[in-house]
Design a protein around this ligand. Structure first.
Ligand code: A2P
Length: 282
């Protein structure tokens, strides 16, 4: 008689689960360089709209030891704090250690998500003001996709100007669709209020493909085009507040422009006139 060990739960080979695993619920590819995805939200995760978390996947096994280490990057949460899932918006870098793999995730797959939200693009880091400028390039739109779905953004200001600069027209799609949803989706209109939504100005620009408004936002601010287009006198520390999320170049150049108008950089512990997300990497 051959004896088989009964397969019980304890003896069955268990596939190791990821630490801090969350399940992918949907994925949308916007262009060959951009995609967004949604994942389950840990029940205990509370965050302020505009914050980021570390997310990632397990890296390849070490060639000698076979050990795997998590490969994590800072990602702004693109969904609002009231959403039951979490949304992220990402670039695809073909030889990027994380995004070369992350771009292939499918619904049902697991990712690692460390549930410790932090960041400077939060309302608490700004002094009260009348006009809020949100400056984004590329996937730097993500934290603003969260803030624009948060009623507080509209309650705190008389005007919100969302600028988004991308290389090509198709790279504006994620942001454009989000802005359209705010204005047309019944639930969003009810949540944010029609009057509040009339405070929102969307100012998309492209730099490499022809579109109705071309040029880097920095150049359009410097030569006064933005102010002319929007019928605004300029930027002043008395009335204007700003949040910046984009390439390193954008961060440095916008900082100089804002400081030229007399604005000072704020932080969670020291609210001032503008904030920049430094954890953001292209
Ligand atoms: P450009 O095409 O002139 O480089 P990327 O896709 O490389 O992250 O860039 C996103 C957008 O940000 C592009 O339109 C790019 O313009 C623009 N950009 C890059 N650097 C700056 C900067 N220093 N100031 C303003 N916009 C910038």
């Amino acid at each position: 008689m051959t004896e088989h060990n009964p397969v019980t739960e304890a003896s069955a080979v268990k596939i190791p689960t990821l630490p801090d695993a969350q399940t992918v619920t949907s994925v949308k590819h916007w262009t060959d360089r951009l995609f967004s995805f949604r994942v389950t939200r840990p029940a205990s995760l509370r965050f302020r709209s505009g914050e980021f978390v570390m997310i990632g996947l397990m890296g390849d096994p070490h060639p000698e030891t076979g050990k795997q280490k998590p490969l994590l990057r800072a990602y702004s949460i693109a969904s609002p704090s009231w959403d039951e899932e979490l949304e992220f918006y990402s670039i695809k870098v073909q030889d990027g250690p994380l995004t070369s793999k992350l771009q292939h995730i499918q619904p049902g797959d697991e990712i690692i998500l460390r549930p410790k939200p932090v960041g400077t693009l939060v309302h608490d880091a700004l002094l009260p003001g009348k006009r809020l400028w949100l400056f984004a390039t590329g996937t730097g739109f993500a934290p603003f996709a969260s803030l624009l779905r948060d009623p507080q953004t509209f309650e705190d200001y008389d005007q919100i100007i969302m600028t988004h600069t991308c290389r090509d027209v198709a790279e504006l799609d994620y942001g454009r669709e989000l802005i359209d949803t705010l204005r047309t989706d019944e639930m969003m209109v009810e949540l944010l209020g029609e009057e509040n939504l009339s405070k929102l100005v969307y100012y998309p620009t492209t730099t490499r493909e022809t579109s109705p408004k071309m040029g880097r936002i920095t150049d359009l601010l410097k030569d006064g085009t933005v102010f002319g287009d929007l019928g605004i006198d300029g930027i002043s520390a008395d009335t204007d507040r700003a949040m910046v999320c984009g390439s390193l170049g954008l961060n440095t150049d916008i900082k100089e422009i804002l400081e030229g108008f007399g604005l000072e950089e704020g932080a969670n512990s020291d609210p001032k006139h503008y904030v920049v997300e430094k954890a953001f990497v292209g």
